[in-house]
Ligand binder design. Structure first.
Ligand code: COA
Length: 166
């Protein structure tokens, strides 16, 4: 008997997603992280997404991002894909949905900082550029945090994918 392939979809985040978001990220969280996740699940739903297994409905990853009111710069706060299901296009699909939503809200660039995943973001079209931040902030992020500020122009050249079958 052939095993059915798992199918993954991406949808907008919902307030109830907070419960598994915190479980992914080593619950119980510090109060600061709790409140940040709550803000995204409630107030930044237009630009935050969840990837889930369409059969079991189980979440496997998320992206939390926002566009400040009246700004043309979007920001990614955090992107995460469950370890067992990485390298199947889910991170790309989540980022695609976020960038598409941010562009629809008027953003022309998006910025983030990353410690280890520069190559992944370069593959999506991000470059090492400090975006709306000045170079002293970029230096702080690099020297003190060991991270890189990266920026991409929107829309991304590759269109977002909604349905994935690894
Ligand atoms: C970074 C992360 C979200 C990537 O998710 P993913 O689902 O594995 O990524 P995808 O499968 O969509 O990868 C898209 C492309 O990037 C490549 N890629 C993925 N991870 C990579 C890595 N660490 N280094 C280099 N390339 C990578 C893939 O091979 C794929 O290339 P292709 O399109 O040529 O086939 C995931 O590794 C993760 O959750 N890491 C831990 C949390 C984290 O570090 N988040 C980022 C915080 S800034």
């Amino acid at each position: 008997m052939t095993k059915a392939r798992r199918r993954f979809e991406v949808r907008q985040i919902q307030p109830r997603d907070f419960h598994w978001l915190k479980d992914f990220d080593c619950a119980p969280l510090t109060i600061e992280r709790d409140s940040i996740y709550l803000f995204f699940c409630v107030h930044f739903r237009d630009t935050s997404f969840v990837a889930y297994d369409s059969e079991s409905q189980r979440a496997v990853g998320f992206v939390l991002g926002f566009v400040p009111a009246g700004s043309s710069h979007a920001y990614v706060h955090y992107l995460f894909v469950e370890e067992s299901i990485r390298k199947h296009g889910i991170g790309r699909a989540l980022m695609g949905q976020f960038c598409d939503a941010a562009h629809n809200l008027g953003a022309t660039t998006t910025c983030l900082y990353t410690i280890r995943e520069s190559k992944f973001y370069q593959g999506l079209g991000f470059t090492h550029h400090c975006g709306p931040f000045d170079t002293s902030l970029a230096r702080y992020v690099a020297d003190v945090k060991g991270a890189h500020l990266m920026t991409a122009t929107l829309p991304l050249s590759s269109p977002p994918v909604r349905y994935l079958c690894p």
